[in-house]
Ligand binder design. Structure first.
Ligand SMILES: [Zn+2]
Ligand SMILES: [Zn+2]
Length: 664
């Protein structure tokens, strides 16, 4: 046996094990270097994670050599961010690395040269003159460009947050630094992009959303690394983009739940962005008309600054009137009250646009048997199948299962089947019958599958070819609809008494945002909300446009009940083919947890998930909480070691820890 003196390197690989793997090389490689190694019978890519020069004797029988060294190296700040992410979310480091990099870097081969794409020419847009409130934010942040300066930009809908962003970006770019703008996927409208491109026509801007190709993503990644791209606008994954000289981060609509990934690595892009800004010592702006409780709590703790934009930026434009329609008094016909119908009719006469908001796509949320009460449910998930009239199908909105509409009841074979409740398609149909000449446009996930839907909508609105828009929550954010003066909200009560403690916050946010669509063009807007609970506090605050009042009320509640943000949560989730086995597994974990008991950490006993069956998997969970974040993480680190050693009662059981969970 010959002993050779080599460099020992620990490599991060894309495997679900929370450890690194040792290989040797005859040269010292920088941290983050992309390499090729053999693993089992495969040849795969990996990244050098630990390169402590250990000039030791290596037994080549036991430790394999690195097969190839590729030219790519992770930027040091990305390397550091990945380390933090893996530690904070208790997720296998190798999988964090491979989730954060472009697809090409994951493959076990050399990367083909990228050809330069042509930047398209754009019309230059003049900067608008800022009002005093906007100018104040720009001044304060500009004074603090060289330090960590987290601030909330709390601006009512239509108050011109984007103008503030653009002015700040200009200052940062003039210092030859770069900007990261994080947006929720559905917020990246053609309108918003046009404003960025128009304002900075000669600066490298790159968009990173789930719609861009992997080559485009790689181009953005490399352009940000070498500094040729100055502005990255992207969805949550963009938070991992390496920058040559990052000068500012903006998180638009920071309250949006899409910043939290709900599967595999369950990170929150806003929270990682905060971490990144602090590491880079740069300002971060969290913009929203309805900031999240977590964010406002940090303001209370004096960790964040708060800037308010209380005026609508368009002169003469004021917040709309909000009226509640009490469904205990006014009856609905196919989901709509006469009051709502009358107001829509008035808008049609005046040639103004109406928006009907119903957060349910499809035609009817359930199909039931009139004879025996049987409800058609999904065989893979614990949920009803939704009837879609355009395709005459029943569909599951969770797993995608679809089948043609049955003619008879599965239970009693009766032919008396009925569609109950209303979805967007049904409302569209009802309105089309009431207003025969009106031009109605429906927008929901089903329509948005065609890429041109948004641009088609805007073109038609501009040309005056739409009278009524019917849509889901897709419509509530970021969109400016010219000439929109009426918003009607249907079926809004369902989240009032939800098991999920965040549901009312989300409802208030959605209703505030959707109300904010009305009356932006200088005409007074009206918002009608049909509800069975007009006295509910949430609606009372909404009527007064009193977001702060609602927040104080909700904060008090959360503090009393020891809910986030006053307590830190983690959820151990498990799933498998049989619920009993899943629960047995979690109960064993629960027993094991008693050995590492910590008086600062509370562990609830395992329970089935609210949506117990999803995509053919039975699900259960165990909540772990503490008022001390450090203690919670210490406990979870120990717990995850215990969990990894437990023998599973069934081989198909999988588990995952979700830090700061959203899904309850
Ligand atoms: Zn039946
Ligand atoms: Zn399903």
């Amino acid at each position: 046996m010959t002993n050779i003196t080599k460099y020992l390197l620990n490599i991060a690989l894309d495997v679900p094990l929370d450890r690194l793997f040792s290989y040797y090389c005859d040269q010292k490689l920088a941290l983050g270097t992309r390499v090729l190694v053999s693993f089992g019978r495969k040849t795969i890519a990996g990244f050098v994670w630990d390169n402590e020069v250990t000039d030791i004797s290596i037994n080549p029988q036991k430790i394999k050599a690195i097969l190839e060294v590729f030219p790519e190296v992770l930027a040091p700040d990305t390397y550091e961010l990945i380390n933090f992410t893996a530690k904070y979310y208790h997720y296998p480091l190798g999988q964090v690395v491979f989730g954060a990099i472009p697809k090409e870097w994951r493959q076990a081969q050399n990367i083909k040269e990228l050809r330069q794409s042509k930047p398209k020419p754009h019309h230059e847009d003049m900067a608008v003159i800022l009002n005093d409130e906007q100018q104040n934010v720009v001044n304060k942040v500009t004074e603090n460009l060289d330090k960590y300066y987290p601030s909330i930009l709390f601006g009512v809908t239509g108050s011109g947050k984007t103008e503030v962003y653009l002015s700040l970006i200009e200052k940062v770019i003039n210092q030859d630094k770069q900007v990261l703008v994080l947006v929720p996927e559905i917020n990246l409208t053609p309108q918003l992009l046009e404003r960025f491109l128009g304002r900075f026509p000669s600066v490298g801007i790159h968009v990173l959303t789930s719609h861009v190709t992997s080559r485009e993503r790689l181009r953005g990644y490399l352009g940000a690394t070498d500094g040729s791209i100055k502005i990255i606008i992207g969805t949550r994954l963009s938070v991992f983009t390496p920058f040559k000289s990052l000068g500012l981060i903006i998180v638009d609509e920071e309250h949006d739940h899409s910043f939290k990934q709900q599967e595999s690595l369950r990170y929150h892009a806003r929270d990682l962005a905060i971490y990144r800004a602090s590491k880079h010592s740069i300002p971060i702006i969290l913009g929203s008309a309805t900031p999240s409780l977590e964010t406002l709590y940090n303001y209370k703790l004096e960790k964040y600054k708060l800037f308010k934009l209380s005026n609508r930026a368009v002169t003469g434009s004021i917040l709309p009137d909000i009226r509640l329609i009490d469904l205990n008094i006014y009856k609905t016909n196919d989901g709509l009250t006469d009051i709502a119908i009358d107001e829509i009719a008035k808008r049609l006469e005046k040639k103004e646009l109406s928006l009907v908001f119903i957060n349910r796509r499809g035609y009817a949320p359930s199909i039931t048997c009139y004879q025996c009460g049987y409800v058609f449910t999904c065989s893979n998930c614990s949920t009803n199948l939704v009837y879609h009239s355009n395709t005459r199908e029943l569909k599951c909105h969770h797993c995608g299962l679809s089948c043609s509409t049955p003619k008879v009841c599965t239970a009693c074979h009766s032919q008396h089947l009925q569609a109950l409740g209303q979805g967007t398609q049904k409302i569209e149909e009802v309105l089309a019958k009431k207003f025969v000449d009106a031009k109605i446009y429906r927008i929901d996930q089903d329509v948005l599958n065609s890429k041109s839907a948004w641009s088609e909508l805007y073109t038609k609105i501009k040309a005056g070819e739409i009278d009524i828009i019917v849509g889901t929550q897709i419509l509530v954010k970021g969109h400016d609809f010219h000439n929109l003066t009426l918003v009607v909200g249907l079926n809004i009560d369902s989240s009032l008494y939800s098991y999920d403690f965040r549901a009312s916050e989300l409802l208030f946010t959605q209703l505030t945002q959707v109300s904010g669509r009305a009356g932006r063009g200088g005409k007074k807007g009206l918002v009608l909300l049909q509800t069975n609970y007009p006295k509910h506090e949430l609606y009372q605050y909404l009527l007064k446009h009193d977001f702060s009042g609602f927040i104080n009320y909700t904060m008090k509640d959360r503090r009393l009940l020891k809910l986030p943000p006053y307590t830190y949560y983690a959820m151990l989730r498990a799933s498998g083919g049989q619920l009993s086995a899943v629960l047995e597994f979690l109960n064993t974990v629960w027993d094991g947890a008693s050995n590492i008991k910590n008086k600062n950490v509370l562990i609830s006993s395992p329970v089935p998930a609210i949506m117990q069956r999803l995509k053919n998997r039975e699900r259960a969970q165990m909540l772990i909480s503490s008022q001390d974040r450090t203690e919670l993480h210490k406990f979870i680190s120990n717990l995850m070691v215990i969990v990894s050693l437990i023998k599973k009662p069934a081989s198909d059981i999988s588990y995952q820890i979700d830090i700061d969970p959203f899904e309850m």
